[in-house]
Structures are given as structure tokens and as C-alpha cells.
Design a protein around this ligand. Sequence first.
Ligand SMILES: [Zn+2]
Length: 399
Amino acid sequence: MNRRTFLGAAAAVATAQAQRRYDLLIRNGEVRDPGRGVKRKADVAVQDGKIAAVEDSIAPDRAYDVIDAKGLFVTPGLIDLHTHCYWGPTGLGIQADPIAARSGTTTWVDAGTFGWDGTPGFRKHVVETSHTRIFGYVYMYTSNRNPADDPIRHARRGMKNTGEAVVNNKDILIGVKVQVGFNMSGKYSFDLFKVAREMCDQFQIPMMAHISFAPPETSEVMPLMRKGDVVTHCYNTHTLGIVEKEAAKLKPGVQEARDRGVWFDVGHGLGSFNFAAAKRALDAGFVADTISTDIYPLNVNGPVFDMPTTMSKLMHLGMSFDDVLLRVTANPAKIINAQQVRVEKLGSLEVGAPGDIALLAIEDGQFTLVDSQKNAVTANKRIVSRLSICRGRRMHAIG
Ligand SMILES: [Zn+2]
């Protein structure tokens, strides 16, 4: 190649690059990227499944697919840290994609719908077949047990397989889920929790602990939570909760756990979100780190419905839209990416971040919102999703 043909070829490449169109362009929206403090009107372009540009104005002829987001918030795709989306093998799981498509929730974390022996199925039938981005915590207690076998011995026997399942599947598994509560595992509850503690220490993996009914007491559970662990169902009104029943005062050990780096997650669910308890915690200055739904078939038709409904409940209690948004984007992304970067720039709209985007609106009106104990409030605003984009593609609400 001589100099002339070289320059000609270089110019052709440059022209092709200049002319290459974005796959998707969202124009005229209000960009909200709370992890980076971005709040501005801007256009967002997506190419090859990633955020390619965020600029004041990008001409519509530079993209194949142009969406007018006037009047809408353009946010990172929402991340739900506590769901049950291992559909099929157990009655607890729900399919992520149809709900993701209508709710802006493009990343789901399954909170222990399966044990270590369900991990290959989780990968093959859920993670790999879903358009939604999916991760999980593996449940510490395996399914098959001889009824004559002591439950603690059974759990101890599963420690190695459970720990290794997480270590060997770190691309999709974050840690171990354990349910702490007398209603979940009766007199074994505290001992099972201690087995989980030992296992997570041994394998150096995070734990997500469900809290519900004492015993054990909050003051016994909190000291065993470590930096990077998650306490879920933090706004429940049960005996094993984070806030006192009659006052806006935290229970012993809760603030100390937070100071150590323990995360606190909402995990709404069928029984675990109570307006009054949440209000007392907020009045005590305790804002959950992550807002999640704990969605499954028994609550998808109420009281949970979806992530925007759960977010609306926290907004009704006085949190700002941006404060709520941080807890469903950048904060859960930090937990997913804590031990290793599983998805670079997840939970943001930075250039190079995944092309996961929610188009949200805040509607004015009179909306009834119901908590897990069937307490109803009337909110004058609610958050709704208008479009979910995941991996750079529009999701369509079907099924
Ligand atoms: Zn759950």
C-alpha cells in the first residue's frame, strides 16, 4: 500500500466510523444517574449493548431506533437485590422477563430460591434463558433430608457443597442466603444461622440474612453480621426487626452493624414491609441501603406488584425520588460487584456501562398503596415505568 492508498483507506475508515449509527437513541429525557450525582436533560445513545454517549443533544439521524423520552426520567435499569426468579422447580419462583419488561427492573438477584444442588439448573434454565440480567444467593439448606436426621447436622454436611457452589460460580452467585427466624426454622433458627456464619467465614463469601421472628433476638443476630453481608426485611414489624415497636429507636447492635459495613435491604415480600416500622426507622435516621421487592407469585398481584410500586411506598414516606433511585441502582450494583466486578459500571449511565435503562415517570393523582399487613395509605404521587431496555434492547411486556 502506498501513501496515497493508505490515506484513502484511513479516510474511508474514519468516514465509516463517523457514519456508523447508534443502535438506540433516547432523546429529550431527564437523565438521573444518582450514583454519580448526574441530574440533567440529555440524550443517551446505546451501541453494542452498552451506553455509547450521553450528550446535551444527539441528532436523531444518528441512530436506527429513536425514542422520545420527553417528560420521562432516563435512569439506569433498576436492580432488585431480593427476588425469587428461579421459576419452575419450586412454587416460590416467578419469571423475571415479563415483570422486568413492565417495571424497568433489568437486573434481578434471586435470594435463595435454590440450594447448591440447584445451581446448574439456575444457570441453565434461568440465567442463560432470560433477557433480564440475573444473579443469585444460594440457599444454605439443601432440599433432601432424612426426617430422622438432625437439621443442624444436615446443614453442616451441606457446608462444603454450598460454599463451593458459590466459589465455583462467582460469575452468577454472590453469596449464601439464610433465613433467621423462629417462624422459618423453629428452635433450630439460631444454630442454623451460626452454621451459615461459619460457612461464609470459611469460604470468604457474603451472606444475606432474612430476619423475621425472634428468637434469636436482634441483639444476638447483629454481632454475627460482617462487612459486605446483607440484612434483608429491615422494615418488617416483627419481633426480629431493626427498630423498636413503640419508638423511633434502633434495636441494639443495628447501628454498629451498619458502621461495620453491613448492608440493610428492604425485601418487601408478603410479610416484611410495614409502613409504621419503616417510618420509625426513617425517623431514627435509618435509611435502607437497598430497596427490593422480594417478589414471588404470592405477592406479585399485591401487595408488592413490582419495583416502581415499592419505590413509590418509600417516596410516600418522605424519601426523595433521587434517594430512592440510588437504592435501586448504584447501591445494589455495589453489592453485586463487591467481591469481583461482575458487570462493569452496572447501575450507572456512564459511557461503557451496560445498556440497561429504565424510562420512568412520576404520576400525580390519588393512589392506594398497601403494606404487608394490609395497611393502606393514599399517596399523591407514584412512580411508573414506561419502558425497560436491557442489554441495549427494548424489552416488551408479554406473558
Ligand atoms: Zn425472599
